[in-house]
Write a protein that binds this ligand. Sequence first.
Ligand code: OAD
Length: 239
Amino acid sequence: MFEQIDEYLRKAKKIVIVTGAGISQESGIPTFRGKDGWWRNYDAMKLATIDAFYENPKLVWEWYNERRQNIFAAEPNLGHKAIVELENYLEVVVLTQNIDGLHQRAGSSKVLELHGSIVKIKCTACDYMDEITSNFLEFPPVCKCGNILRPDVVWFGESLPQDVWKEAIAHANSCDVMVIAGTSLAVSPANTLPIYAKQNNSILVEINPDQTIMSSDMDISIRSTSAKTLSELVSIFKK
Ligand code: OAD
């Protein structure tokens, strides 16, 4: 299997890496689905929709606050770092569904955040927006304009930032290899990115310890963790 990837990677000029919660799992950040995932014990519709937010902003904020503490204490793992190293050998674009900022903290130079960022906070009414890593003292936090603040993330039912999404499609459409690491591909529209890549005859490589709903569409599926496998992909270039 690695011989096949070896050949594809050496020929490739541009690689797009689509990531999800699984890539940060080895940094101690829980995934959403699966046995230890958030959605096993929590209802996504009560925590990650705009209706849920307006119904109980305190509850939603307390959940985001817990995640902010977890994420700010976490460090990029070997998977994030391997992606940075790939930049020494070819053009690398990261399209992430993660809001944790770990790709950027690892040093990746081109990261598109499809679902926003947990560091960024915006007002629900005025155009205030800022990156805030300090703790809020009460929930929900309130803007200077008097309205409540929210995390600048994409909730279920909300559109992706259109400029980011358009750019993501353009990259998916123009890569030679797309590596899909640590995502269940259960959420649309991010899960259509492999289809755009296929339109450019890209090679699809999935890295996931478990099968996903799109495994049968992959050219290569590697059933292992992203930290181990992405490090192995980098070592191909060092031979
Ligand atoms: P999921 O929790 O749906 O999927 C995580 C995937 O990572 C699963 O397929 C796991 O098998 C895999 N995985 C777990 N550990 C791994 C490891 N060490 N290495 C590689 N893979 C591993 O997370 P996402 O696909 O990111 O959206 O979920 C997509 C969206 O659904 C999220 O952005 C979030 C969520 O609800 C919103 O909240 C709007």
